[in-house]
Design a protein around this ligand. Structure first.
Ligand SMILES: [Zn+2]
Ligand SMILES: [Zn+2]
Length: 270
């Protein structure tokens, strides 16, 4: 079954497409099940005044109403992509409070910021770093998040900063810092959390986030939970490179990928 477990609507921030248009787009692409995952980034550095803190109960109700409308044609799950930050007690507390008791099916935990600034290729985050020192820093943030937050089901686009890096190497790999990646995976696995394959970079940059080296290692360490998501903001991007992601998962040793209902994983044969 074709699934897509990461897509955005106009409920928040950079979303431009109404919910029903995304669902119609997913049906047109042949998806059997999708999860809507609009942004919720607590205390995010503002970008042109965009709102990254939608009213989560109202947003979740919108998805469930649409899911009922489209029942029988496609399964629509209610989710969100939570922007998480390391060593930020305010973000941890606010995210916990705002998600508590909202009837989501699935929550992605994503690292979007390393400090009080959104990321771009001109970001100060990269200044003074080599590729290796930068990956060391990012994986330390991921590790802290994996160990301290409990409000998510899979960690989103593990190698997100590959998308923006102006350093000598763009792609972040397992070999850059194997021990640190192992610690991230061990923390996620021991806490019952998974990872996603984010396909949004496959076309432009030629690799998934994360790519096969990291996915294979996650499997070797006992990881079982993997969702596949396009990170689409417009209908045309839904389920892009999904078939290639499933092939990559098989090559990395997986027999299943994962979907969620009421925060519980269900496994679908690849
Ligand atoms: Zn993201
Ligand atoms: Zn996203």
């Amino acid at each position: 079954m074709l699934t897509d477990y990461h897509m955005h609507t106009d409920h928040s921030g950079d979303g431009v497409t109404p919910l029903c248009a995304m669902i119609e787009g997913a049906i047109a692409k042949g998806c059997g099940e999708i999860c809507i995952t609009s942004h919720y980034d607590a205390n995010y550095p503002l970008w042109l005044g965009e709102n990254y803190e939608p009213d989560l109960p109202a947003y979740c109700r919108d998805i469930k109403a649409a899911a009922a409308l489209y029942a029988g044609r496609i399964t629509v799950r209610a989710g969100a992509e939570l922007g998480l930050m390391a060593d930020r007690e305010d973000v941890l507390q606010k995210t916990n409070e705002e998600t508590e008791g909202v009837a989501f099916d699935f929550l992605i935990g994503s690292l979007h910021c390393l400090g009080p600034q959104y990321v771009s290729d001109e970001s100060e985050y990269f200044v003074g770093h080599t590729h290796l020192s930068f990956v060391e820093m990012v994986t330390q943030h991921l590790l802290t998040i994996a160990r301290t937050y409990n409000c998510f089901d899979v960690m989103g686009h593990l190698t997100y900063f590959s998308r923006y890096s102006p350093l000598e190497t763009k792609q972040q790999r397992y070999e850059d810092t194997p021990q640190r990646w192992d610690a991230v995976f061990e923390a996620l696995i021991s806490r019952g959390k998974g990872i996603e394959i984010n396909t949004s970079t496959k076309g432009r940059l030629g690799f998934f986030m994360p790519d096969i080296d990291l996915v294979r290692r996650y499997r070797e360490l006992g990881g079982e939970i993997v969702t596949i998501g396009s990170d689409a903001h417009v209908p045309g991007d839904i389920a892009r490179y999904n078939a290639q992601a499933r092939e990559m998962l098989k090559a990395a040793g997986f027999s299943y990928h994962t979907v969620f209902a009421a925060r519980k994983p269900e496994f679908i044969r690849l």
